[in-house]
Design a protein around this ligand. Sequence first.
Ligand SMILES: *Cc1c(COP(=O)(O)O)cnc(C)c1O
Length: 374
Amino acid sequence: MAVKPDNAVGTAPTPLANPGAQNAGRRAALLEAAARVLDGNRYIQGPEVAAFETEFAAYVGVPHAVGVANGTEALALALRALGVEPGDEVLTIANAGAPIPAAIRMAGAVPRYVDTEPHHHTLDPGAIDAAIGPRTRAILVVHLYGHPAAVDAIVRIGAARGIPVVEDCAQAHGARWRGQRAGSFGAASCFSFYPTKNLGAVGDGGLVATPDAAVAAKLRLLREYGWDAERRSVAAGWNSRLDEMQAAMLRIKLRDLDADNARRRAIAARYRAALGSSVRVLDVHPEAEPVYHLFVVETDRREALLAHLKAQGVLGGIHYPFPVHQMEPWRPAAPVSLPCTERACQRVVSLPMYPELGNAEIDRVIAAVRSFHP
Ligand SMILES: *Cc1c(COP(=O)(O)O)cnc(C)c1O
C-alpha cells in the first residue's frame, strides 16, 4: 500500500473510502494479471477463478470456496444451498443495509428481525431463542463494520435447535474472533468484493466459503442454472458467476490483505487515542480482532457533525441511515420494535477509513471531530 507521507494533506476533501488509491499502488501487478487473462482467452470460470477459490479458502481456513457474482447473491445462494425454501424465515439484523433482506427474499424466504447488542451493533445472541419460530430455517449473522459478532455463541444456539448459521463477511475479510477467522464458524460464509470492501475487485464479485463438501457442490450447481456435467438442470439455479478478470485482480490484492487490515487497525488506534469525548467510539470486544471496514462513532447530533466535518474538508458517511424493518419492501408482516437497532441507525457516523489514508489526513479528521461541540 502507498501511505501518504506525514505532511501531505492536499486541498481535496478526505473521502470515506478510496479504491482508486488502492489500485494505483498495485497498478503494474494488476495490469500484468489483466494481460494474462486476455492472453489466456478464458473469461468465465477458468483457471483464475479456480486458483482464487483455492487461495481464498486457505486464507479463511475452510476447505471449500465457490466464487459468485456479488455479495448479495452469495447470501441468497448460501441460504438456498442450506435448504431454505419459499415460506421459510431467516433470523437477522435490520441495521446492515438492504442487501440482507434482498438476499433473503431472493432465496424465497422472509426476514425475521432481531435486535442488536449496544456495543458493536451486531446480532444479540440473547435475542435469538425468543425469535425462533416453526419456520425458522437459518440465522444470518453479519460481522458489521469488520467487527466479528459473537458467532461461536450464535452457532451453539442454532445447533441446539437444528438451525444453520450463515456468516455475512462482506465487511470482515480477515477479521478474527477468539483467534479464528470470521467465515470459518458457520455452515456457509459469504463475502463481497465490491470495490470499497477490505478485499475489493475492480467491479463486482462475491464468494461463499463452507466446511461442507455437499453444500459446496450445491453452490456450484446453483451458480450456473443448476447444471450437471451434461448441462441438464437438476436444481433451479441462476447465473451468478465470478469472472476471470475479477478473480485475477483479487488474487493480486489478496496477497496484501493482511497488511492492509493491519494498516486499518493502526489508523483506528490513532483515531481512538485522540478523538476525545465529543463522540462515542464503538467498543472492541477483547476476543475480537476487527478489520475496520468502517470506523464508526456515535453522536446525538449527527447532521451537525457531518456538516461540521464537511466544512473542514472531511467526508463522513452513515452506515446505515434507515433500518430495513422500517422500509416498505423489507417490512415484516407483523410490526417489530428493535430499540437498539433504531437508536444506532439515528446516531452512527462513519469516518474516513482506508489503508492508504496518511497520518496527516487522519490528524485532520481528528482535529475536525475534536472541534465539534455537540
Ligand atoms: C456490501 C455488502 C453486501 C452486499 O455485497 P454486494 O457485493 O454489494 O452485493 C452484503 N452484506 C454486507 C454487510 C455488505 O457490506
